[in-house]
Every structure is written in structure tokens, then in C-alpha cells.
Design a protein around this ligand. Structure first.
Ligand SMILES: NC(=O)c1ccc[n+]([C@@H]2O[C@H](COP(=O)([O-])OP(=O)(O)OC[C@H]3O[C@@H](n4cnc5c(N)ncnc54)[C@H](OP(=O)(O)O)[C@@H]3O)[C@@H](O)[C@H]2O)c1
Length: 308
């Protein structure tokens, strides 16, 4: 099976290395000629274990978006705010049989892409794996997890067995779900309850226990919003789930806080931004959520970071 990975960052390199280790034909699609030249100076995609004791380099081929080669399997591994522009660059290379996996966090970018590609099977992913880049094209596999995969378009198709088998054989822990939206909404709500507050209070997840009244009230609002959005399953036990994530990840910094600490653009528009827009559209009553979004934007602005 042939794979193209668009977005050679932390997760893109993690997937590329594991697929290449299984002798699959893998190609990176890089942003521009400068990135390609830079990649060609490296021994290939590097993958290290969490302790960085072992690193293996995979001499994966790389190309640019205008390459004429058709794409069979595409892993879109860029940030949510880059997803639409990135897919537009390669849309002409997709065929009726192509399958696209969308790795983006939050909600909103997946729906835009499915609209852009009405005839392509788009699988959304919800990943709890953790990785970061030690240097360009060298990913460190920091946290084992799971990858939920499912069709964005609800028209029932049989699961893509060959793709799932390949992922499993490559030690990519994919689990198929016929209801990926529930997973995505649940993760969105958890991210809304945790990530902005870790930025606003500049703290690790565990320190959020000091703000339990605010978090519980926010969870109540989010729970109602999920129900109004037709996601009652994702709403179930939200508060309990949020506290269990806070407890299990007490020593971690949320992805949004890490972005801010590294002076990187956040995915705010696809997390709290998406939830606020959804609430406005449904005329929901979510004053705490909106106040949180405003406060978060103020912090981002003060740090000189984009507020969308
Ligand atoms: N890392 C994790 O542990 C993790 C865990 C769960 C979910 N996620 C989600 O997975 C997604 C990817 O995260 P990540 O951490 O892997 O991001 P990342 O390290 O920032 O990698 C994204 C890569 O995409 C590239 N890119 C963007 N637009 C492109 C284009 N048009 N053509 C070619 N390359 C392009 C970027 O290139 P430039 O550097 O040139 O911009 C960058 O190399 C995010 O939505 C994130 O929230 C990540």
C-alpha cells in the first residue's frame, strides 16, 4: 500500500516512520523547496523512544504537492488551521479510491475538508498518542495512546479493513468506530474545559483542581451544548471525565499551553472558538464559555500570538 504524509511534524513523522518500518511505500509531502532541501540533508525521518535512548532513521522519500503521482492513502498531519490550504494543494492527486485520514485536533477543519472532497472517503482520527520534534523530521514518541478512526460522512460503509490491518501491523493502535463524531465532540469538550484554563493560569493540568467551581460550571454549560448539538452520548459524565483526565495528566502541560510556551500559534479556533460559534448558532446559554474565550484571546494577544 502506498502512503503520502502531508505535514512532516511530530505526528506525521511518527506515522511515517512506523509505516516505513513495515516496508510500506511512504512519501512525505513537504511545504516547499527549502523544506525539501533541508530534509535531503538529514539521514531521513528519525524516530526515538520516550527516553531518547534509541533512534532509528528511515530514508523515506519526499516530494512537493505538485508532484504528479496519484495518492492512494493520505495522512493529513498538519495543524487544524493549515488543513484547508494543505489539502487544496493535493486535491487534484486524489482519486475515487483514495482514503484520507485527518489527524487534526478539535472540530471544524474536518467538516471543511469533507465539503471540499465530497467524493473522497475522509476518515477522522482522534489520537491520544503523544509526540514532539527533537529537531526537524525527528519525532520523539513521548506517550503511548490510541487512535480512534471513523468515517466523517455518516453514510454507512464497511470499515476500511486493509487500512486498519496495515496500521495495526505497523503498531499504530487504531480502533475503528462507527461514530467518530462522538469521540471528537467528547475530546473537544474535555479540551475546552482544560486547555484554556492552563493557559490563563499558566499552570500544569493538576493545578486546575484549585479552580474546581469554575471548571464544574463550565462542564455544565458544555454538557448542555453537546446535547443541543445532537451529541448526548458525548455529554454523558463529562464532568467526571474531565476530572479524571486532570488527575491522570496532573504533571502534564496541555497542548495549548505548550504551544503558548513555545510561542506557537494555538488551535483555539478549532477548540473553544468552535464551541462558541456552535453555541451562538444554537442560541445556547454559555456565558462562562464565552468569557473564557475572551480571556484566552486576551492572554494570547498579550503574548503576541494570533487570537484565532
Ligand atoms: N503532537 C502530538 O502529540 C499530538 C497529539 C494529538 C493530536 N495532535 C494533533 O495533530 C495535528 C498535528 O500535530 P503535530 O504536533 O504533528 O503538528 P506539527 O508538529 O506542528 O506538524 C505539522 C506539520 O505540518 C506542516 N505543514 C503545514 N501546512 C503544510 C503544507 N501546506 N504543506 C506541507 N506541510 C505543511 C508543518 O510545516 P511547517 O513547520 O512548515 O509549518 C509541520 O511540519 C494537530 O492538529 C495536533 O493538535 C498532535
Amino acid at each position: 500500500m502506498s502512503w503520502h504524509i502531508l505535514g512532516a511534524g511530530s505526528l506525521g513523522c511518527l506515522w511515517a516512520a512506523r509505516l516505513a518500518a513495515q516496508q510500506h511505500c511512504v512519501h512525505l509531502i513537504l511545504r516547499n523547496a527549502k523544506a525539501l532541501a533541508r530534509y535531503q540533508q538529514t539521514p531521513g525521518v528519525g524516530l526515538s523512544d520516550a527516553q531518547r535512548q534509541h533512534t532509528t532513521y528511515y530514508p523515506i522519500r519526499a516530494q512537493l504537492a505538485p508532484d504528479p503521482q496519484p495518492i492512494q492513502h493520505l495522512l493529513l498531519a498538519c495543524k487544524a488551521y493549515d488543513a484547508q490550504a494543505a489539502i487544496a494543494q493535493v486535491a487534484h492527486r486524489l482519486t475515487r479510491d483514495s482514503q484520507v485520514i485527518l489527524l487534526q485536533n478539535g472540530l471544524g477543519s474536518q467538516q471543511v475538508i469533507q465539503q471540499l472532497l465530497p467524493n473522497t472517503r475522509c476518515l477522522a482520527a482522534s489520537s491520544t498518542e503523544g509526540a514532539y520534534l527533537a529537531e526537524p523530521f525527528h519525532s520523539v514518541f513521548a506517550g503511548q495512546g490510541q487512535v480512534w478512526l471513523g468515517d466523517l460522512d455518516s453514510s454507512a460503509q464497511p470499515p476500511p479493513e486493509a487500512l486498519l490491518e496495515q496500521c495495526t501491523a505497523a503498531s499504530i493502535p487504531c480502533v475503528w468506530t462507527s461514530d467518530i463524531l462522538t469521540q471528537l465532540w467528547r475530546k473537544l469538550a474535555i479540551n475546552c474545559a482544560i486547555n484554556p484554563l492552563t493557559v490563563i493560569y499558566n499552570c500544569q493540568n493538576g493545578e486546575l483542581s484549585r479552580y474546581s467551581t469554575q471548571i464544574n460550571a463550565l462542564c455544565d454549560e458544555l454538557q448542555l451544548l453537546l446535547c443541543r448539538s445532537g451529541q448526548p452520548e458525548a455529554a454523558q459524565g463529562l464532568q467526571h471525565l474531565v476530572w479524571s483526565v486532570i488527575e491522570k495528566t496532573a504533571a502534564n502541560s496541555s497542548s495549548m499551553r505548550q504551544d503558548v510556551l513555545h510561542q506557537r500559534r494555538t488551535e483555539i479556533s478549532y477548540i473553544t472558538g468552535f464551541a462558541c460559534t456552535q453555541s451562538l448558532q444554537l442560541r445556547g446559554d454559555t456565558p462562562i464559555l464565552h468569557a473564557l474565550q475572551t480571556q484566552l484571546q486576551e492572554v494570547l494577544q498579550a503574548q503576541g500570538l494570533p487570537t484565532i
